[in-house]
Design a protein around this ligand. Structure first.
Ligand SMILES: Nc1ncnc2c1ncn2[C@@H]1O[C@H](COP(=O)(O)OP(=O)(O)OP(=O)(O)O)[C@@H](O)[C@H]1O
Ligand SMILES: [Mg+2]
Length: 220
């Protein structure tokens, strides 16, 4: 069953009288429990595509259909619920809130939803991501890899249907990277989740069922 379908996505940016053509014509379908890797050169548009699929940036043309709803044709409430409840976004640059501790950053999406199981889920995620001795630290007191693990834990706290991961292990050493990927993929199999993962690493891409290259604005 298709969870998300992207149809003929086109994206340009307009900057200082110049048009930057990023995505030409992207179509993609993600089934429940499916994992998709997207590779491609730096600047090819991978992050832009994830932002569009995650309800964060409207495409110039085309549609993103989640469970039969065309997300950019719905109202603001639908879109914010979609972003918070259905999607777990792991940002390339983490996007942690600087004034909140590790614990507060991880639990934040669940407080918006009033998720009663949040505390036990957060404890479990803190254990898995090996952040137990950092829970009271602020983001500026963390290493890049620690921030990345906080961002991964936060993306999973509301048990989203679809995880959008932008180079989720780009800052981790090989052992930690394997540990985190094993956990992510176990969660996908055990709880029938789906993932779209952007990576520069063939090793990481091999965790996925399907692999695409983003070249000149299209998926190959
Ligand atoms: N808000 C913006 N305004 C103008 N141009 C942008 C904007 N966001 C991205 N771009 C441009 O779009 C292109 C694609 O950027 P994007 O971040 O999607 O690439 P990427 O494939 O994720 O690269 P990387 O592997 O380096 O993360 C780049 O040339 C970038 O400069
Ligand atoms: Mg990127």
């Amino acid at each position: 069953m298709s969870l998300l379908i992207a149809k003929n996505i086109n994206k340009k940016f307009f900057l200082h009288d110049k048009t930057i053509d990023v995505l030409e014509d992207i179509s993609l379908s993600v089934n429940v429990e499916e994992s998709i890797a997207i590779m491609g050169k730096s600047g090819s548009g991978k992050s832009s595509l994830l932002h569009i699929l995650g309800g964060l940036d409207k495409p110039c043309k085309g549609e993103v259909i989640f469970k039969k709803n065309s997300i950019y044709n719905q109202n603001k409430k639908y879109l914010s619920n979609y972003r918070n409840n259905q999607i777990g976004f792991i940002f390339q640059s983490y996007h942690l809130l600087p004034d909140l501790t590790v614990y507060e950053n991880i639990i934040l999406p669940s407080s918006i939803l009033n998720n009663r199981n949040a505390k036990s889920t957060v404890s479990e995620l803190i254990d898995i991501m090996d952040l137990g001795c950092r829970i009271n630290h602020k983001p500026h007191e963390l290493s890049g890899g620690e921030k990345q693990r906080v961002a991964i834990a936060r993306s999973l706290v509301n048990s989203p249907a679809l995880i959008l991961a932008d180079e989720p292990t780009g800052n981790l050493d090989e052992d930690t990277s394997k540990h985190v990927l094993n956990y992510l993929f176990q969660a996908i199999h055990n709880f029938s989740k789906s993932i779209i993962l952007v990576t520069h690493s063939k090793y990481v891409a091999n965790y996925c069922n399907k692999k695409y290259d983003l070249i000149n604005g299209i998926l190959v």
